[in-house]
Design a protein around this ligand. Sequence first.
Ligand code: FAD
Ligand code: UDP
Length: 386
Amino acid sequence: MNSDLVVVGSGFFGLTVAERCARERGMKVLVIDRRPHVGGNAYSADEPTTGIEVHQYGAHLFHTSVDRVWEYANRFTDFTSYQHRVYTTVRGEVYPMPINLGTINQFFRAAYTPDEARALITEQAGELAGTDPQNLNDKGIQLIGRPLYEAFIKGYTAKQWQTDPKDLPASIITRLPVRYTYNNRYFNDTHEGLPVDGYTAWLERMADHPNIEVRLSTDFFDVSQPVNKGAVVGQVPVVYTGPVDRYFDYAEGELGWRTLDFEQEVLDVGDFQGTPVMNYADDDVPYTRIHEFRHFHPERDYPTDRTVVVREYSRFAERGDEPYYPVNTAADREALLRYRERVEAETAERRIVFGGRLGTYKYLDMHMAIGAALSTYDNTLPDVLR
Ligand code: FAD
Ligand code: UDP
């Protein structure tokens, strides 16, 4: 093989490492992906009858406060001025998310000031006020009080995770800000926007370098392919961004993932819901949210009489499903520790680095995947490539 490095997976982690190694170190990099396209879960394609860009693995919003990541991303794409806002439907009424003073006042039919609202929530958090809960249920009640938790979080989380919120880590809910102002932006980050000509154009530009070869529809575990685990590991340095448990043949058990089912429809209306994302918090609605993709790009010239909507359903992943979100129960965390030991030994002995969302079993936003890849390139790869 005439490659200096094999990268398994063409998501943001894999492409960032590939791009850096090719451009900065002049290395010949072979990127393989088992899917028929580059980009991992950030891949998008235009719906053919309307031209509306649809993110194929769920809506992806780019945001970061890390200047280095923002500058790096801007080498490959310009960004629109899009700012994400989300609404949620609860018992037939629409409220702004994340929970802010507008949500609180609408819910309680009140006109509280920030201090009054804070005092009310503290009272409603009851015995959990001022504590430091470690699970999602208690953290949610502590953050917003029981009535708001039960209306906006409990049903949605039950649908999304199918796991008792007492068994889910508090970190899932602390991703969502709670604000005592009317600011209803979803993200707090300094930089935010969507790639002007789409995610796929951005990702393809990252891979567009004479030293990078991309081989699609190529599974690293398929022994009939010339580039597979047995043939490559130990021979050539490898960056592996597939599932960590799969790499070790599930020797420490299977890590739990949630997967999503997407139901896409093209409708003969110009505007279905007036906003990009509508969450559905009630547990008798089977989907968690509806995305209407035209609203991500109000600057584009899309048809005015048709629209694309995607309903999102969540369930536990079986083997063979796309793994989307790590479930991270206590049992998963224990198994992960055992996998980490194996990873360390494998990296030391066989010149392979594990990275990305699947390779580290971590929920990573895109900017985190890019940031982690840049630091792997700086800190870990030099040893592996020596
Ligand atoms: P991935 O993109 O998953 O790439 C891994 C690649 O490895 C895949 O292409 C896969 O096909 C390939 N692979 C796996 N196994 C093999 C194998 N055996 N052989 C060959 N190839 C293999 N982030 C945000 O910042 N904002 C958002 O709004 C956002 N929304 C999201 C919504 C959903 C539904 C999901 C699931 C994620 C979302 N993310 C979002 C996170 C974002 O998708 C990740 O940060 C990003 O995909 C991580 O990149 P990665 O390279 O680590 O993994
Ligand atoms: N969440 C909720 N109700 C909502 C939105 C979010 O209960 O209307 C909870 C839910 O548990 C979810 C978590 O907050 O898993 C994080 O939400 P986020 O929007 O970050 O999830 P993602 O978009 O990554 O699926």
